[in-house]
Design a protein around this ligand. Structure first.
Ligand code: ADP
Ligand code: MG
Length: 658
């Protein structure tokens, strides 16, 4: 980018520079009308002229903040028209150092942080950056003002901070636009002395002023009037302070060596700055976040409900199936003795064409003994259909048959825990006799392990015997089953079957001393309410995220507007456009992930509240991450536009706060 130069090549050479401003529609004003000059390394040049003569315009061109309308600007012999935006940013960052009349410090950042701004774009480690800034500020007499904000400093102090900022990346060419313009004479004198000292150290100084006395401190005075050079006089005491090494150094630190690293080091810095801004505007930020918070919260609750519901349906469907109905005996609503479901009822129900199988059930705890060992466990009388209706296989032996039930056979099939209790050391339970209360039963099978099922008592610790055997041998007083399980021929018949069973039982009993429930129908109505709730939540989530996103965009646009000057300062001190874009994107990301985290907290909270109300809730890491992703994607989508707007600001206009 920058060629090796011959010693006689000036550092800065302007040829016939013209700059025309055209207001929309209005007449074009030519502010610079053919300016040609060259400045060599180590010179201390003052450009002097009345207000409005085009000095600042010239300065912005010299500092590559703006481009001329015509004419050429050679830097170290290289035509700056050939430089791309990043190369210009590099020169502003690593070669030039700006000092402005009104200091242009970032108001929310401390002196120390302001000085470091240009260095954050070079990719040097933050510790090195910081110690460099401290050293510079200390040298400029501000060692005890490091943490002061600009408004806590006097004008002279602020200008010294801005000089330190101009020097942090080397500042080989200091461009000072009316640096003393806002200062009292003492502070002005200090600043001038400082510039002189820098000149002696080898920095090239271009000083702009309307004050001839101040201009007289320079080694060379260029006078401009109405955009043209009137005179160009080297003071008698002038002596070139050229540093032959300068060109070499330019090459050494040039290029994109630091550019990539810069992008990463910059992210941490941008995050810190973003946090500062958010914190300063925390009320506004919080309001903006409401949308995101509600959106993410709804997403969380929605996913938790849908997962919870699915889990529950799986559990119930898994153990029962969709074709199963339960008929329980009970007390009718109008009162009276408990109802009885008789064997004749069961016969009638079995005859229904919609019904494929019927299984009666009757159960009581009993004392089970084997040798000296005994255990109280639940004994259940059923028929031969249990393994198929419950989808329950056997681990050992066999299940009892219909014939055995009809013949009141004293046989038992035991749960795996009963087997472990009575036959712990691999003893084969098959063929052993267990005594239930007083009656001996022969073990003919061991059921496979079922595991904890939906909140029921442990089904693995039960014994199953033929219901007829139980009715005669165990509980002669309990002649009727407590419930029956009816399996419909197929799931579409469930409703009709339920209706028919009700007809049969009501006509036989004359009252509703029974209840019929059906897993599928119950789940169906539950599912409907849940679906409505889910649809509402999904709508809430979508609307909230949309509103949240718009809020984020709004607050970011406001932020860009409020910080136009800051953006100008950052661009002038060497930020690439991508740095600015990232700064605002990172800020957006921080806002939206903050909102996302708060939304997650609220979502979890309301989830638990719903859980307490008996709604099935299941949180999963995946759904939480999904909700967070929703927030971040929303933020990015809506934050992109403001970030792009910020990065496209014109540096000069931005600096002047337009
Ligand atoms: P100086 O710094 O010498 O006081 P400037 O370079 O700031 O002068 O301005 C020179 C002239 O250019 C002024 O007449 C000013 O109105 C005009 N000017 C400066 N910037 C703009 C702009 N962005 N658009 C239109 N005119 C401008
Ligand atoms: Mg000016």
């Amino acid at each position: 980018m920058v060629r090796h130069e011959k010693p006689e090549v000036p550092l800065i050479e302007l040829r016939e520079i013209r700059k025309t401003y055209s207001r929309d529609g209005g007449p074009a004003t030519e502010v610079l009308r053919g300016v040609s000059m060259s400045i060599h390394q180590g010179e201390f040049v003052a450009i002097v002229g009345a207000s409005g003569s085009g000095k600042s315009t010239l300065m912005n061109l010299l500092g590559l903040l703006d481009r001329p309308t015509s004419g050429s600007f050679l830097f170290s012999g290289e035509d700056t028209r050939n430089l791309d935006a990043d190369q210009m940013a590099y020169l502003r960052r690593d070669v030039f150092g700006f000092v402005f009349q009104n200091y242009h410090l970032i108001a929310t950042e401390s002196a120390l942080e302001n000085v470091q701004v240009p260095a954050t774009y070079t990719g040097i480690p933050s510790s090195e950056r910081k110690s460099k800034a401290i050293a510079l500020l200390t040298k400029l007499g501000l060692g005890d003002r490091l943490d002061h904000l600009p408004r806590q400093l006097s004008g002279g102090q602020q200008q010294r901070v801005s000089i330190a900022r101009a020097l942090i990346n080397g500042g080989k060419v200091i461009l000072a636009d009316e640096p003393t313009g806002a200062l009292d004479s003492t502070s002005g004198e200090e600043v001038m002395a400082l510039l002189q000292e820098l000149c002696e150290l080898g920095h090239t100084i271009v000083l702009i002023t309307h004050d001839r006395e101040i201009a007289a401190r320079a080694n060379r005075i260029i006078e401009v009037k109405d955009g043209q050079i009137l005179s160009d006089v080297s003071a008698p005491h002038a002596e070139r302070k050229c540093l032959p090494r300068l060109a070499g150094e330019l090459h050494e630190s040039s290029g994109s060596r630091n550019a990539r690293r810069g992008a990463f080091a910059n992210a941490a810095e941008a995050l810190r700055a973003a946090w500062r801004v958010l914190y300063l505007n925390r009320f506004r930020t919080a309001l903006t976040l409401l949308g995101i918070i509600m959106g993410v919260g709804s997403v969380i609750v929605m996913l938790a409900i849908s997962l919870g519901a699915r889990e529950k349906i799986m559990a119930q469907m898994g153990s029962m199936g969709a074709t199963i109905m339960y008929v329980y005996h009970g007390i009718p609503p109008e009162g009276g003795p408990i109802g009885k479901i008789t064997l004749e009822d069961i016969d009638e129900i079995s005859k229904l064409p919609q019904v494929s199988r019927v299984m009666p059930g009757l159960g009581e705890p009993a004392l089970v003994r084997y040798g000296n060992n005994h255990l109280r466990s639940y004994v259940q009388g059923t028929n031969e259909l249990l393994p198929s209706i419950h989808h329950w296989s056997l681990e050992k032996g066999r299940y009892f048959t219909g014939t055995e039930n009809a013949q009141l056979a004293p046989v038992a099939v035991i749960g795996v825990k009963i087997a472990q209790h009575f036959f712990p050391e691999g003893e084969n339970p098959i063929g052993k006799i267990l005594v239930l209360d007083q009656a001996p039963f022969e073990v003919i099978g061991v059921l496979s392990e079922k595991g904890a099922s939906s909140g029921e008592s442990d089904e693995d610790a039960r014994l199953f015997v033929p219901i007829r055997s139980a009715q005669t041998r165990l509980w002669p007083l309990m002649r009727e089953p407590e419930y029956i399980i009816v399996e419909a021929a197929d799931s579409s018949q469930v409703k009709l079957a339920e209706h028919k069973i009700d007809q049969i039982l009501f006509s036989r009993h004359g009252r509703r001393d029974y209840s019929i429930s059906n897993a599928a129908a119950k789940l169906e109505t539950e599912k409907e309410t849940r679906d409505t709730m889910m649809a509402m939540l999904a709508l809430t989530a979508a609307i909230s995220l949309l509103v949240g996103g718009i809020g984020v965009m709004n607050v970011m646009l406001m932020s860009v507007n409020e910080r136009t000057r800051e953006i100008g300062i950052r661009l002038a001190t060497g930020a690439r456009r991508s740095d600015i874009r990232w700064q605002f994107l990172i800020e957006t990301l921080l806002v939206s992930s903050l909102g996302g985290c708060m939304g997650i907290a609220i979502g979890l909270g309301s989830g638990w509240a719903l859980d307490a109300y008996g709604i099935d809730i299941l949180f999963s890491i995946r759904s939480i991450l999904l909700a967070l992703a929703c927030a971040i994607v929303t933020g990015l989508m809506f934050g992109f536009m403001p970030a792009r707007k910020a990065s496209r600001l014109d540096p000069v206009a931005a600096l002047n706060g337009e």
